[in-house]
Design a protein. Structure first.
Length: 667
């Protein structure tokens, strides 16, 4: 019970420890370290380049592999004015991103991109690097931004992701959408300008500059509610395209400068770790890797809880069978709650968990549901499933019952969600994994039931085999004891006959006939383990007659037995060794008249066999003698702890056997 209390205490303490310092989700600084201030420039990068949910280290940029390849702009069908604008933007970018070569493709390579493609197609070695620049051809899509002017956008049909913007002045711009996911970055980064000839130079410059800058990184969507339609904002302030009002701000320049530095990821990690809690920083930097570590911790925690429960369950049994359902269900539900708390707390950078006070309702619901489900399990399994004839049917229905009962809360929540009209989102994000977990739980319980049934059958089979082996062993030992008793008595009897042969022939003959009757008793009952008290007394009487002939008038014996006990079964050769011991160690040691007595009576549901003699007192360690040790072994094999052998020297010297029999009536 102590282990059970400790287990429940651990399951309750885990969410208490995690939620005790939980802050409101409305607190914007809930994940910030105390006594630190946030850097606005780095916060600008965090909000624009990341989704805010924590996505890992990768962010989109031209030359994302950091190979120090140049950033090239390929121009087609541009007017002299448009080319001049492009060159001006490139010149400004060189000061913002000083560690990268930024140039027009034809200037850097010596020919246009299309001319280079034609030359490469005609070449025998299509994988060769070009013009000594050490840039493989298959990397051109990563480092070249294609700018197409004059509305010549026939090749855009090759690219699935594109965005079109149409302005009030009749101009339009189309561009590919460079997604942040790695497997999309091999699609070309292209912009098609269809600008009206009468468009003012200032506006024309805004459009071209804005598009060139936006091709250098991918901006994630965020809350634009704080901005009004006509607000002047930075180029990277919003995901939506607003070239008319955008200005290339210092924050934009800081973003591009840091993004294209070789150690950008390291700088960003260092900033997060210095300003935010370790949980927030680790999830923001690499959410997937953090989730794997958390799941590993959850698995270790679950295995620990399982082993604790198993160690408790093996030793302690409940008096009421209802508890056999309530305790494991409560442990499973509390463990599930702990796993949810651990998972959401350590893998989310948004605190969506309730406060500790509100979480008390979760515990209350968990306990109430455990009480209800345990009652359902107990009633249905006792009065319906356990009465089925076949084990397979019992197993199937118990698995189905487990699945149904544990899905009741899911069904209730889905009904409530359905009334609100938002079932799909909740089901996909939470209820579907929970439903899968209940399936695993049901199948797991079925497996445990099967293994328990299999082990019980195996134990029963082994117990049966062990019982048979014990019976065979007991029979062998009884036979061995019989074989030990008979030669021992024969040795003494033959010595007596040899002693009388030269003295008294008549007594010798009588003694030999009595001995013959003894062995006739042994031979005729070969293989039998038990005999009646009456038969055992006849054998003892023959034995004493043999000994009386040897000792003459110096030996006297008296046998008394309750008539109601003569038909009672006792192990063969149980009494004779006691009489033999009285003769050998009692009568033979007395110079005067030797007296031996045997009485068999019942008393308090017990049979008492008592042998007395007037010889020397019993020494210590009496049972170690050969004859009496055989009696002790016979009692142990036949009755176990229901029989005992005892001896005493006062008030008279005697040795007795007590056999307990519940069906023995004292009248």
């Amino acid at each position: 019970m102590k282990k059970l209390i400790l287990l429940l205490a651990i399951l309750i303490a885990v969410p208490v420890f995690i939620l005790k310092d939980s802050k409101s989700r409305n607190d914007p600084y809930r994940f910030r370290k105390s006594n630190t201030t946030l850097d606005t420039n780095w916060e600008f990068i965090k909000e624009r380049l990341y989704s805010g949910k924590g996505e890992g280290e990768f962010v989109y940029k031209v030359d994302y592999l950091n190979k120090h390849y140049p950033i090239l702009f390929d121009i087609e069908s541009a007017t002299a004015e448009d080319s001049l604008i492009v060159r001006g933007v490139i010149e400004e970018l060189r000061s913002v991103i000083p560690n990268r070569t930024i140039d027009i493709f034809s200037n850097y390579i010596g020919k246009s991109l299309d001319d280079f493609r034609v030359e490469r197609f005609k070449s025998k070695n299509r994988n060769k690097e070009f013009l000594g620049k050490n840039i493989p051809f298959n990397k051109l899509n990563l480092i070249t931004v294609r700018l197409r002017f004059g509305g010549n956008n026939d090749d855009k049909i090759n690219y699935r992701e594109r965005i079109t913007t149409v302005f009030d002045d009749g101009s339009s711009i189309e561009r590919t959408n460079p997604l942040r996911m790695e497997h999309y970055i091999y699609f070309p980064n292209m912009v098609w300008f269809n600008l009206k000839d009468e468009l003012p130079k200032e506006k024309r410059e805004k459009y071209i500059k804005y598009e060139m800058l936006r091709t250098l990184c991918y901006v994630y969507p965020h809350d634009d509610a704080e901005y009004k339609e006509n607000d002047i904002t930075g180029v990277f302030y919003r995901q939506s395209y607003i070239p008319e009002t955008a200005v290339f701000t210092e924050e934009d320049k800081f973003l591009l400068n840091k993004l294209y530095e070789d150690d950008f990821i390291k700088q960003f990690k260092d900033y997060l770790k210095s300003r935010y809690t370790w949980r927030y920083a680790n999830n923001f930097i690499n959410k997937d890797f953090t989730a794997k570590k958390v799941w590993a911790a959850i698995i270790v925690f679950s295995v620990f809880i399982f082993l604790m429960y198993v160690s408790f369950y093996k030793k302690d049994k409940f008096k009421y069978q209802y508890l056999d359902y309530l305790i494991p269900i409560t442990v499973v539900l509390l463990c599930y709650v702990d796993v949810v708390v651990i998972l959401h707390t350590l893998t989310q950078i948004r605190n969506d968990l309730p406060s500790l006070e509100k979480f008390a309702y979760v515990w209350l619901f968990t306990i109430l549901f455990a009480l209800f489900s345990a009652l359902v399990f107990r009633i249905i399994e006792k009065f319906m499933i356990d009465k089925m004839e076949f084990f397979t049917m019992k197993l199937i229905f118990k698995v189905i019952l487990t699945l149904v009962v544990f899905n009741i809360p899911i069904g209730i929540v889905l009904i409530i969600k359905g009334l609100d009209g938002d079932v799909s989102d909740g089901f996909v994000e939470f209820y579907l994994p929970t439903f899968i977990l209940t399936i695993i739980l049901a199948l797991g319980r079925g497996l445990l039931i099967y293994l328990n049934h299999f082990s019980e059958n195996l134990v029963k089979q082994k117990d049966l085999e062990l019982t048979k082996l014990r019976e065979l062993n007991a029979n062998a030992q009884v036979k061995l004891l019989h074989s030990q008793i008979n030669p021992h008595f024969l040795y003494n009897a033959l010595n007596s006959i040899a002693g009388l042969a030269t003295v008294d022939g008549e007594k010798t003959e009588h003694m030999a006939l009595a001995l013959s009757d003894l062995f006739k008793y042994t031979i005729n009952r070969k293989g039998e383990k038990f005999s009646t008290i009456k038969d055992e007394l006849e054998m003892v009487n023959n034995y004493l007659e043999v000994e009386q002939i040897r000792f003459g008038d110096r030996l006297q014996f008296k046998i008394e037995c309750d008539e109601r006990l003569k038909g009672f079964q006792i192990p063969r050769f149980l009494i004779q060794p006691l009489i033999e011991n009285a003769v050998k160690h009692g009568a033979s040691k007395v110079q005067k008249k030797a007296c031996i007595g045997l009485s068999i009576k019942k008393e308090n549901h017990q049979i008492i066999i008592k042998v007395t003699d007037n010889g020397p007192e019993f020494p210590e360690g009496l049972v170690s003698g050969h004859g009496l040790q055989s009696v002790y072994d016979l009692l142990e094999l036949s009755y176990g702890n229901k029989a005992q052998l005892s001896w005493n020297n006062t008030p008279e010297k005697h040795i007795s056997i007590t056999i307990k029999q519940k069906d023995l009536n004292d009248e």
